[in-house]
Design a protein around this ligand. Structure first.
Ligand SMILES: NC(=O)c1ccc[n+]([C@@H]2O[C@H](COP(=O)([O-])OP(=O)(O)OC[C@H]3O[C@@H](n4cnc5c(N)ncnc54)[C@H](O)[C@@H]3O)[C@@H](O)[C@H]2O)c1
Length: 343
């Protein structure tokens, strides 16, 4: 039996990882979330709660949810290695895999609109790596982000497919707002943890992850629903020519788990399709599914972020032998069917 810890386990990536890992009966999964953004497991877990001890909910013996600010839990677990046993009767010698998805993420509106709130990620990550270096789980996954890449490589006049080597701590450009800076700092802490404390750490830089279980506050399902409703004219933030590298959550999880088997020194890898798709192209795909061609209405006062953010997947292909399996059209079709079947 392996015991894994997932922070931010009720958010988009976290709940997909909780479901993936808990489908193996040899895994015990403990997940933590303060539900500031995430949704309670009763809405997505499809399992009955069997026991509750204080703020800790058990879904059978091997699936345990703690509704908590992860920082407070880390402080307790750092101070007392038997904290979970004393507080909740959960016996653990050493965590096997720890996935750290708790973060203040938000979309463009939060990244540009409240950068100091997003900067709290620095405090979550600092507490996290401090605990890791005291209690030494077997393996750690740190999700960085494509936002850690220098923004001057993503402008309209100078956009390239971002390679892992475009982040070099000895020769730096400027990441995207406090979100990018905190992710870059997290990568640095990850590297120090692996090198100086001898813990296996893997960093990933997912590009724009999407999936059918995102709700309508996320851009991809929202565009899908508006297309199903035959919105016309179709509103888009900015010109719509800005592009991202959209990657389906199932591919993100596959690549993440493979990377943890192969990388232990804190090295960060890209996870994307390696393909730039503009928001106009996304609208085109969904309106094609819906069977109409709308007039486009650009909303030029909305925040749009960098012009072009996509990755070079050569390193991952050559060193991990991995490529995404779900094409943009296939992934968008899944989102459309999930969100638009009743429209
Ligand atoms: N989704 C993507 O495409 C993507 C891309 C790049 C990086 N990432 C990174 O992956 C991680 C997960 O992203 P996501 O898309 O699932 O975001 P999300 O917002 O859906 O999930 C984050 C979860 O963390 C929880 N949380 C926030 N602060 C907390 C705290 N102090 N204590 C406990 N829980 C807390 C939230 O309630 C939420 O459920 C983040 O670190 C994010 O930066 C995601």
């Amino acid at each position: 039996m392996k015991t894994h810890l997932i922070s931010g386990g009720c958010g988009f990536v976290g709940r997909n990882m909780v479901q993936r890992l808990s489908s193996d009966p040899n895994n015990r999964v403990i997940f933590v979330d303060d539900l500031s953004v995430g949704t309670h497991p009763s809405t997505w877990l499809n399992k009955e709660q069997t026991k509750k001890v204080k703020d800790c909910e058990f879904y059978g013996d091997n699936l345990i949810f703690l509704e908590r600010d992860f920082r407070f839990l880390l402080q307790h677990m750092t101070a007392d290695e038997n904290y979970l046993s004393k507080e909740y009767g959960i016996e653990i010698d050493q965590f096997d895999d720890v996935f750290h998805f708790a973060a203040i993420v938000g979309g463009r509106a939060k990244i540009d609109g409240d950068p100091m709130m997003v900067a709290l990620d620095l405090s979550i990550d600092a507490e996290f790596f401090y605990w890791v270096t005291r209690r030494k789980p077997k393996r750690v996954l740190y999700p960085s982000s494509s936002a850690a890449y220098p923004v001057d490589l993503q402008s309209e006049s100078h956009a390239i497919a971002l390679s892992e080597s475009d982040i070099d701590f000895k020769k730096m450009g400027e990441p995207d707002m406090t979100y990018g800076w905190s992710k870059l700092t997290g990568e640095y802490l990850a590297m120090i943890t692996a090198k100086h404390y001898d813990v296996s750490v893997t960093c990933i830089r997912p590009f724009s992850g999407y999936g059918e279980d995102q709700d309508l506050t996320y851009p991809i399902p929202a565009i899908a629903r508006r297309a199903a409703n035959k919105e016309n004219p179709f509103e888009v933030w900015g010109s719509g020519k800005q592009g991202r590298d959209f990657v389906h959550i199932d591919d993100v999880l596959d690549c993440t788990l493979l990377a943890m088997d192969k990388i232990s020194d804190g090295t960060a890898i890209n996870i994307g399709q390696g393909q730039l798709t503009s928001f106009l192209e996304i609208i085109d795909i969904f309106t094609d599914f819906a069977g109409y061609k709308p007039e486009i209405k650009p909303l030029l006062d909305k925040p749009v972020g960098v012009y072009s953010r996509y990755c070079n997947m050569d390193w991952v292909k050559e060193n991990l032998g991995w490529e995404p399996k779900i094409s943009i059209r296939e992934g968008m079709r899944r989102v459309y069917e999930k969100h638009c079947s009743q429209v």
